[in-house]
Design a protein around this ligand. Structure first.
Ligand code: AMP
Ligand code: ZN
Length: 488
């Protein structure tokens, strides 16, 4: 079986075939860098990251481009309020976005920035004007004439038949019912950032940014365009109108939209106090691996209800996977392999691939891993696992097993201190960060001392060592395969 994806444009699940045999060209709308990204934004970015990884795993050569919107209405407003330039204002949030993406284990796409493509946008608009699709207004702004693009509405499935030709809207975001000519270019207003270009001074509208950057990087027609569900209208509808008017060709073939993340059943908003960034959650003591696991638990085409109970459950799932790895990597097994375990590994690979091929059904893929874990743990208890089996079983589990939560959490702790946000640092985070005070070698050294003490029946010394480890956030467990430890 091969990949099947829901395409917003056709409203159906379709077989995925790239235009150019084995090469996939994809574009995702990136962050508007006027603030720290929230967990909803990252739900969408992780969904696209998963698609990117799975396409590569399926053998495609993928060129994945993401833009950074570093100029728009909100940025200009906030930069003016902060009394800084647009560049200075966005630099901090661009850096934060890269850091947060790395914290969540997102593989970096090719990044493009709107402010570095202004000349291309001006040239694109000039050409739309010469083709009759755009016009200039008195003040030097430019608008797209939607009446010239009869297919307007084909993505959002809105019927704009009765629309008012020539009515204009110049804000970047607007409601579905206002199908109006939208701003491609905004003439400068006093105190606003502006660029001198071939079509005069001003700044680009949000929609033109993505059309120009995606086509410059990927060509006039490419395979897939992604974003959150709120971008279907007007942003993506407008991108299609601009791009297809320009080239007369189909712009993107597949449109991939992640549904929204809700918090405890409600829309996330600052006023409700349920608005969280990655940093907020880490400061409360939650691990990046748990956050990523939770954000992928529900397939991207269903809304995801974020709850703290869910986050705890995700943490325990990750813990189970890591314990499993520990069992497989820290004990001695007889040489060779067993047909039963080889079969289990093969079956799990097949089940995970089938689940992801089915419109990225991450819930089923995760279920397949846990099914394997259950069966393999039973085999481990019965001493039925051999050396070669462990490799096959471990190969099934994603990067989530790489346990690099601690340095990431410590970096956020330091960041909070640097920003004067000590009050937000929870005792839980301090506790976890404390466990970094002992290196792996030091822990192993203490365990060896504990063992030696026990052998000479010096239980007082061995208990003291164990207490020392517990205080440093190290959990020591005696198992069938011997003593093992992990950080809290
Ligand atoms: P923005 O920085 O607002 O341009 O948004 C960046 C990405 O996050 C876009 O693809 C949005 O559609 C997406 N997004 C915004 N809010 C949410 C949410 N609550 N759940 C999922 N995705 C979201
Ligand atoms: Zn975009």
């Amino acid at each position: 079986m091969s990949l099947r994806l829901y395409n917003t444009l056709s409203g159906k699940i379709e077989d995925f075939h790239p235009i150019d045999s084995n090469r996939v060209r994809m574009y995702a709308c990136g962050p508007t860098v006027y603030d720290y990204g929230h967990i909803g934004n990252f739900r969408t970015f992780i969904a696209v990251d998963l698609l990117y990884r799975f396409l590569r795993q399926s053998g495609y050569d993928v060129r994945y481009v993401m833009n950074i919107t570093d100029v728009d209405d909100k940025i200009i407003r906030n930069a003016a309020q902060a009394g800084t330039t647009v560049q200075q204002y966005t630099a901090k949030f661009i850096k934060a976005f890269f850091e947060d993406s790395a914290t969540l284990g997102i593989e970096p796409p090719i990044f493009v920035r709107a402010t570095e493509h202004i000349a291309g946008m001006a040239a694109f608009i000039a050409e739309l004007v010469s083709k009759g699709f755009a016009y200039r207004t008195e003040d030097g702004s430019y608008y797209f004439r939607i009446a010239k693009f009869p297919e307007y509405g084909k993505l959002s499935k809105k019927d704009f038949a009765g629309m008012n030709d020539g009515a204009r809207v110049d804000v970047d975001e607007y409601e579905k019912d206002s199908a109006r000519d939208f701003a491609l270019w905004k003439a400068p207003k006093p105190g606003e950032a502006s660029w001198d270009t071939s079509i005069g001074p001003g700044r680009p509208g949000w929609h033109i940014e993505c059309s120009v950057m995606s086509m410059e990087e990927l060509g006039p027609s490419f395979d897939l365009h992604a974003g959150g569900e709120d971008l279907i209208f007007p942003h993506h509808e407008n991108e299609i109108a601009q791009s297809e008017s320009m080239t007369g060709k189909q712009f993107a073939r597949y449109w991939f939209h992640a549904r929204f993340l809700l918090v405890e059943g409600q829309k996330m908003s600052k006023s409700l106090g349920n608005f969280f960034t990655i940093r907020d959650l880490v400061l409360r003591g939650h691990k990046p691996s748990s956050i990523r696991w939770l954000l992928t638990q529900v397939p991207y085409r269903n809304q995801l209800n974020f709850t703290f109970d869910g986050l705890k459950a995700a943490a325990s799932s990750v813990e189970k996977l890591r314990n499993f790895r520990f069992r497989l990597t820290n004990a001695q097994f007889p040489a060779g392999s067993t047909p039963l375990m080889a079969q289990l590994a093969d079956e799990t690979t097949a089940k995970m691939k089938a689940a992801l091929d089915d419109d990225l059904n991450t819930a089923e893929a995760q279920a397949a891993i846990f099914d394997m874990l259950r069966k393999a743990n039973t085999a481990l208890d019965a001493s039925e696992v051999h050396q070669e089996d462990t490799k096959a079983l471990l190969a099934e589990i994603f990067a989530v097993l790489k346990d690099d939560d601690l340095p990431k959490m410590k970096a956020i702790l330091e960041w909070a201190r640097g920003e004067g946000r000590e009050k937000e640092i929870s005792p839980e985070l301090l506790d976890i960060a404390g466990s970094a005070q002992l290196t792996d070698e030091q822990v192993n050294q203490k365990l060896a001392e504990m063992d030696a003490a026990r052998k000479t029946r010096n239980f007082k010394a061995s208990d003291a060592l164990r207490a020392e480890l517990t205080d440093a956030g190290i959990i020591v467990e005696n198992t069938k395969e011997g003593v093992r430890w992990r950080r809290k």
